[in-house]
Structures are given as C-alpha cells and as structure tokens.
Write a protein that binds this ligand. Sequence first.
Ligand SMILES: *[C@@H]1O[C@H](CO)[C@@H](O)[C@H](O)[C@H]1NC(C)=O
Length: 238
Amino acid sequence: MAGVSGCLKYSMFIFNFLFWLCGIVILAIAIWVRVSKDGQEILSPGDSSTNPYVSVNILIAVGSVIMILGFLGCCGAVKESRCMLLLFFIGLLLILLLQVAAGILGATFKSESERILNETLYENVKLLEAADNDAKAFQKALAEFQEEFKCCGLVNGPADWGNNFQQNSKSCACPGPSDSSCTLYDGKHVYKQPCISLIKDVVAKHILIVIGIAFGLAVIEILGLVFSMVLYCQIGNK
Ligand SMILES: *[C@@H]1O[C@H](CO)[C@@H](O)[C@H](O)[C@H]1NC(C)=O
C-alpha cells in the first residue's frame, strides 16, 4: 500500500471534527449547569436535598473524553501524525473494553439487580406514609407516576399511602365505579393496580434503550479503531 487514502483521511477528519464539536457542546452545557443558578433550578426545582452533581460530573467527564478523542482523531488524520492516531486508537480501545466489561458485569448481576430493585421498592413503601423531606420527594415522584400510568400505591395499592392517602388521592383518581380497574378506597374512586410492576417495566425498557445505545456506540467505536489503524499503517508505509 503506497500513500495515504484521501477518502479515509477526510472521513476520519470529518467524523472526529463532529465528535470534537459534540464533546465541546456537552462540556459547555454540563459546566453551565454546574456553575449557574438557573441550571441548578432545572435539576432540582425547589428541593435541595437531592444531589444533582453526580450526573453533571459524569457529563463533564464524558464531554472531556469525547473532546480529547475527537481532537486526537481529527488532528491525527489531517497532520498524518502516527503518535496522535496511536493515542486515539488506545483511548478508543480502552473505552470499548470498559463498555464490554460493564456489559458482562451487568449481565452477570442481572438477577441480583432485579432483586435489589424489588427490595428497594418494597422498602420505599415506608416512605409513602412518612412526612420528612426525602419521603416528600419520593411521594411527589410516585404521584406523577400514578397519574401517567394509571396505578395507585406502590406494592399493595392505595393502602400504601396510609395517612397521606387523601392528600395524594387526586393522582390515583379513576373515572368511576363502572370501570373494572377502579376500586372504592376511603371514599375515593381510585385505581386498584399498584405501581410496582409498571415501574419494573419502565426500568426494563430504559435498560433496553441503554443497551441499544451501547451497541450502536460499539459499532462506531470499532469503525474508528479500524479507520485509525489503517491510516496509521498507511502513513508508516508512505
Ligand atoms: C420482592 O421482594 C418482596 C419482599 O422483600 C418479596 O416478598 C417478593 O417475593 C419479591 N418479589 C420478586 C418478584 O422478587
């Protein structure tokens, strides 16, 4: 093989330029959220007890890695720098290996995570009857979920709400006695079905989406590995 394929070089350049831009955008948004007061309001409106910084910090790390890799791939291709292409290759390979490891771990502990989710949900029934701030946040979230998914209570139905039932009965409200999915509880027509199985379904669906994205990313990463390696070899043979 003599010379460097222009097509390969410029596809590598364009793709990595796009990645570099994505990285910068992600980083900029994450830092803006981290620093600005408005951003903090978006993440935890009216509630300072939950710590939103974990996800923002992860975004900052992801944005930085994408930006650095994009820069290495982009400049490495244009300048035909073997050193940069090699760093790009190694970085991408590490990410791919981490992803594969996370996938294997996740699959291994699948039943374990299902058990933990189930137990957490059973534990959280206590929060529905409580009155402290953590409990309030959870109650608010479940009320929204009830409204959207037409269920009531977490595990046993409306009784889970205990003394907080009347306060939250609106989000459980069911059209009326004619509907077979309704029941009369404490003077209100509410949905019979507890939310636990619906919550599990939603979690499972989100996990499927994450797996899909991970596979899509893996394909792009493998393409990047192949491209950078071919370019690296072509530059060496010039
Ligand atoms: C979920 O946990 C509860 C209580 O710990 C248990 O009774 C129930 O059988 C579990 N359900 C599943 C599907 O694992």
